[in-house]
Design a protein around this ligand. Structure first.
Ligand SMILES: Cc1ncc(COP(=O)(O)O)c(C=O)c1O
Length: 398
């Protein structure tokens, strides 16, 4: 019998839709010895995770904690706790993840109603207003703040006022925006928001931070029947995270260490500085790509800073270019999903991956590969560099 070989993953620059690279400090924090789930040291760390998550979500919610599982577990926890069979949920469908919400709503016996918009465009507040007016009795409006499949940022302004007129709750997916774009849970009156640790937080995949407003918690308390999932029942989760300290499931302790360290890094940098860094690197990347003659999918006001969707030039096999970026430069970017398959590249700049180094290396690598494949393109570096050279104006550049 031959012994199995140890696995040594290659070093990659993760510039795709996620996961992004993990901070060294986070990796070190994770390697600490595991403690029991009632150990006073862990309970103290959980208190700090709660404080730092609230700061990052920009909320004062009491019910904020990381659900065990990836972003989809956050999505599932958010939806299944709120929805009871027969309840109508309005879902923004302008990308891949709106469809995932639709499927979860159906599975818990809810009635999904879609607001459809072209992939690459945001949902307009008027569309939400019209849909709520047309179909009475909608209990929840669910939107994706950062649609990773298209690179679209969903504006959140004005939505609270609209949903209030119809007595609905506002649910927002912030998987690809938390810790990179302002989410402003309290400012925008978001009732339920969830994210994931493997994007702009630079921790490994495996936890989904969620936050519930008092209004949302009230709805879960008044349920006619129990949530169908024991594991994702927020009321049970709260018993462990709250003062009861009731055992619910064994928490992924090492991932809690990781999340705490990742959140400490966010706090040290400061949210505003972090947002500005993401904005600047995104602008430099776009300037470089456009100078090369490439086009972006999304109009400027709605472009995510974390995920840039670049149209694949006519006649170019996008997978070949992606494969060469990985093989020759160790740069991992994403291809298109769903209706955008084969039509776009998805270039992520999330958390520690949002740096001038990565922007400049990526532009150089892409230019080199495109030219060698016979695809005409101009130089992008000078245009990107110009963004970095612009002086600060009134606290922000450009
Ligand atoms: C916007 C959005 N929502 C939900 C998810 C699901 O997260 P996960 O793949 O971590 O389960 C993703 C994953 O990329 C995402 O980008």
């Amino acid at each position: 019998m031959t012994a199995s070989k140890a696995f040594h993953p290659p070093t990659r620059i993760l510039m795709g839709p996620g996961p992004s690279n993990v901070e060294e400090r986070v990796l070190r924090a994770m390697s600490a010895q595991v403690v029991g789930y009632f150990d006073p040291s862990l309970l103290e760390a959980m208190g700090e995770i709660h404080r730092l998550l609230n700061a990052t979500f920009e909320t004062e919610n009491r019910a904020t904690f990381p659900v065990s599982g990836t972003g989809t577990s956050g999505m599932e926890a958010a939806l299944i706790n709120l929805i009871e069979p027969g309840e109508k949920v309005l879902i923004g469908y302008n990308g891949f993840f709106g469809d995932r919400m639709h499927q979860i709503v159906e599975r818990c016996g809810g009635v999904p109603i879609r607001i459809e918009e072209e992939w690459g465009k945001p949902i307009r507040p008027e569309q939400v207003q019209e849909a709520l007016k047309k179909d009475t009795g909608i209990k929840i409006v669910a939107l994706v703040h950062a649609e990773t499949s298209t690179g679209v940022l969903q504006p959140l302004e004005d939505l609270r006022e609209i949903v209030d007129r119809y007595g609905a709750l506002l649910l927002v997916d912030a998987v690809t925006s938390l810790a990179a774009h302002p989410v402003g849970v309290d400012q925008h009156g978001i009732d339920v928001c969830y994210a994931a640790t493997q994007k702009a937080l630079n921790a490994p995949p495996g936890l989904a931070p969620v936050t519930f407003s008092e209004r949302a918690i009230e709805k879960t308390r008044n349920r006619r029947r129990k949530v169908q999932s024991y594991y994702l029942d927020i009321a049970l989760f709260e018993q462990y995270w709250g003062t009861n300290r009731f055992y619910h499931h064994t928490p992924p302790v090492s991932l809690y260490y990781a999340l705490l360290e990742a959140l400490r890094i966010v706090e040290e940098e400061g949210l505003e500085a972090r947002f500005e860094r993401h904005r600047l690197n995104h602008l430099a990347l776009i300037a470089g790509l456009e100078a090369m003659g490439l086009e972006m999918l999304v109009e400027p006001p709605y472009r995510l800073w974390t995920l840039n969707t670049v149209k694949v030039p006519e006649g170019v096999d996008e997978a070949t270019i992606r494969g060469r970026l990985l093989q020759e430069f160790g740069i991992d970017i994403g291809g298109g999903l769903g209706t955008l398959k084969g039509r776009v590249w998805r270039v992520g700049l999330m958390g520690m991956n949002s740096t001038p180094n990565n922007v400049l290396l990526f532009l150089t690598a892409l230019e080199r590969i495109l030219l060698s494949e016979g695809v005409p393109c101009g130089p992008g570096i000078a245009a990107a560099d110009e963004i970095y050279r612009k002086p600060f104006q009134g606290g922000s550049r450009v």
